[in-house]
Design a protein around this ligand. Structure first.
Ligand code: NAI
Ligand code: MG
Length: 354
């Protein structure tokens, strides 16, 4: 039996709705396996700005640092999306959290539950068996570089920067993971054009010498975007920079049927943060229809990676699998053949998994 402190950080929009369900699942696991999980909550994003004026209040950050793991929701509010001039913005909270906790590796497993073969917009015969683990670098690149305006605001710039050290540490994490899987690693860059990518490729080649058992390939990001849809099964572990990883993993979410199915783990030097890859989804906020499975599967990653609880993590994944096998769906993963009474809302879907 283990004692663990879990911080729940719902954030905005459907983040609130789905993390409530993720937490219930963690509770059920604690009860079933005889662990003691204690919980606290913290603010981030729009709700934090409204309450404190800061996107990531110091108190929230301190709580994150003091906890064993963070179950995170999403940040974002429509009011900022169309107002580029807003100085304090929800996503600043997210970026600051990643930087302050040293969360340089974002793991995004893209695995299709067999039951959802028909929910994807990709043909089942192309998809069957696809199983990819993305490593997206999370604290560098153009998202964290110098940005600004010049020429009286008529010219804008964002600077991309990577150090050897930053590339090497994520490369090692990705190679280690490849070793436990099918021993294939695809590094994605744009080394024909970008200097940061040339350094990236150089470092990957160097690290590869320590992993002779892992088969390495280099792909350009544009070609990768095409190959993911053309032949997703060719990929095992994919490692890439922050910007490329952001875009490619949204694309790859279609391999798993929906954004509502995809979980992620952000790890590095400090407390691990576990969150769905989707955002706050204003279009469905408050309607009770958000798919909670991404948050539930994030809880499964939390149990496995931060707590080393493999059996507990598998119990969660098996429960999700059973519910899908029984034909239950949320709206985003339902299709024309799904009977009306099997289409569930957020809470009801959570209850089935529990
Ligand atoms: P989004 O991921 O929130 O939604 C994209 C589409 O997927 C929407 O149609 C939404 O309804 C659907 N969707 C997402 N999650 C779902 C779920 N669990 N169940 C069912 N359907 C789901 O991205 P969008 O609309 O571009 O951005 C909305 C807000 O979220 C923005 O303010 C954006 O800045 C923020 N955002 C935050 C992220 C984060 O906190 N990590 C990541 C991406 C966006
Ligand atoms: Mg994104």
């Amino acid at each position: 039996m283990a004692n663990k402190k879990i911080l729940v950080v719902p954030g905005d929009g459907i983040g609130q709705e789905v993390t409530a369900v993720g937490k219930q699942v963690l509770d059920a696991i604690a009860a079933k396996f005889g662990h003691s999980f204690t919980y606290d909550e913290a603010l981030i994003g729009h709700v934090a700005i409204e309450a404190t004026g800061q996107a990531l209040p110091d108190e929230s950050l301190a709580k994150m640092k003091a906890s064993d793991a963070v179950l995170f929701g999403a940040v974002g509010h429509p009011k900022y999306d169309n107002d580029p001039s807003a100085k304090v913005r929800p996503e600043q909270g997210l970026l600051k959290m990643r930087k302050e906790l040293g969360l340089y590796a974002n793991l995004r497993p893209i695995k299709l539950f067999d039951e959802l073969l028909d929910a994807s917009s990709i043909k089942p015969e192309i998809l069957r068996g696809a199983d990819i683990l993305f490593f997206r670098e999370l604290t560098g690149d153009i998202y964290f570089g110098e940005k600004g305006r010049k020429n009286d605001g008529d010219t804008a710039y964002d600077m991309a920067e990577y150090s050897r050290y930053e590339v090497e540490r994520i490369a090692r994490k990705a190679f280690d993971a490849a070793r436990t899987r099918r021993k294939k690693l695809c590094s994605v860059d744009k080394a024909n054009v970008l200097e940061t990518s040339r350094l990236w490729r150089e470092v990957i080649q160097k690290v590869a010498q320590d992993y002779p058992d892992v088969e390495v390939e280099h792909q350009f990001v544009d070609a990768t975007a095409m190959l993911l849809i053309k032949d997703p099964r060719r990929f095992d572990v994919v490692v890439t920079a922050n910007l490329f990883g952001d875009i490619l993993t949204d694309e790859a979410s279609q391999i798993a049927g929906s954004m509502g199915m995809l979980a992620s783990a952000s790890i590095g030097d400090g407390t691990g943060v576990y969150e769905p890859i989707h955002g706050s989804a204003h279009d469905i906020t408050g309607k009770g229809v958000a798919n909670p499975l991404a948050s539930i599967l994030s809880a499964a990653l939390l149990l496995d990676i931060s707590f080393g609880m493999k059996a507990e993590s598998e119990a969660v994944i098996n429960a999700v699998d059973k519910v899908l096998k029984a034909g239950y769906r949320t709206g985003d993963i339902a299709d024309a053949s799904t009977p009306k009474d099997k289409i569930l809302g957020t809470v009801a879907m959570g209850e089935k998994v529990l």
